[in-house]
Design a protein around this ligand. Structure first.
Ligand SMILES: C[C@H](Nc1nc(-c2c[nH]c3ncc(Cl)cc23)ncc1F)C(=O)NCC(F)(F)F
Length: 296
């Protein structure tokens, strides 16, 4: 479906700084300044890393996905820029000045209370409800893929791994993992490569854990999991070991100062059987009820 996409002319797109690297792409801060007087707007521009041309098809699917999303809790698509010289094109998105959630939490953790963390959780949950309504499975929901638009607004970003669940099935099966974030993966994703709205709910539980751990490196899901399964485990064996401990009902430990009701929400997201996990709609109610407790 051809969106009314805005075409950005490369000659007016001025590089300012490098923002970061994703799975196959990198994102730069640019100013789109057709008048050449610095009154143009700041945008975030994503391009494939040079040697990863092989992923042009995936990149075009990512552009297709993000251009079809219109939600306050999802980073906004602005358009594309065809690079005259090179074959590749670039994805232009809104620039969020507060940056990634991880960087924001590290800087502002002392100003964040439970209410604000629950507000962020509620917004991510609403973004996921919206994605689910379009039968999209994000597959890479993690604090590193959440952006901060302001002190009271966060947005989901990075749709590089997002897939559409086929109409006749409840899950999407991938053939192989890339550099996969297995520490955010549901058991059935690790053992059977199955991804569904319910596996996104599992990852949402891990994002809740990251939020209530203030995204501290010492408490991050990968480090805590490697402490449990042994950091000498490498490669494909890591997935097998992780699946085993999850089957034995090991879960990420309760973060310090985390309200019991919030840890119980995480534990519900981490039900081994995918059908036993709450929907994003039900999670919204649980978050609202925790917010009520914080008001009393
Ligand atoms: C690879 C890029 N990495 C980074 N991006 C930004 C950023 C600030 N402000 C931004 N505004 C719009 C966008 Cl798309 C990114 C940024 N800051 C630090 C980064 F390391 C990225 O896309 N990360 C995924 C996600 F966007 F979800 F955080």
């Amino acid at each position: 479906r051809q969106q009314e996409q805005e075409v950005f002319e490369e000659r007016h797109l001025r590089f300012i700084s490098h923002l970061g690297k994703g799975n196959f792409g990198s994102v730069d801060l640019c100013r789109y300044d057709p008048l050449g007087d610095n009154t143009g707007e700041l945008v975030a521009v994503k391009q494939l890393q040079p040697n990863k041309q092989a992923n042009m098809a995936d990149f075009q699917k990512e552009i297709q996905t993000i251009s079809s999303l219109h939600c306050d809790y999802i980073v906004k698509y602005r358009g594309i820029c065809y690079s005259a010289g090179r074959l590749s094109m670039r994805l232009v998105m809104e620039y969020l000045p507060y940056g990634s959630l991880i960087g924001y939490m590290e800087k502002c953790k002392h100003t964040l209370n439970t209410r604000r963390l629950l507000l962020f959780a509620s917004q991510i949950c609403k973004g996921m409800e919206y994605l689910q309504s379009l039968r999209y499975v994000h597959r890479d929901l993690a604090a590193r893929n959440i952006l901060v638009a302001g002190d009271t607004l966060v947005k989901i970003a990075d749709f590089g791994l997002t897939k559409i669940v086929p109409f006749d099935k409840e899950y999407y099966r991938v053939t192989q993992f890339g550099e996969s974030p297995i520490f955010w993966y549901a058991p059935e994703s690790i053992s059977e490569y199955k991804f569904s709205h319910k596996s996104d709910v599992w990852s949402f539980g891990v994002v809740l854990h990251e939020l209530f751990s203030f995204c501290e490196l010492s408490r991050n899901p990968k480090r805590l999991t490697l402490q449990r399964i042994g950091s000498d485990i490498q490669g494909p064996m890591m997935g097998a070991h992780l699946h085993n401990v999850l089957k034995d009902n090991w879960r990420l430990p309760v973060p310090a100062m985390c309200p019991p009701k919030v840890y119980s929400m995480m534990m519900q997201c981490w039900a081994y059987t995918s059908e036993d996990r709450p929907t994003f709609f039900h999670l919204q109610d649980l978050i609202e009820s925790s917010l009520q407790d914080e008001r009393e």
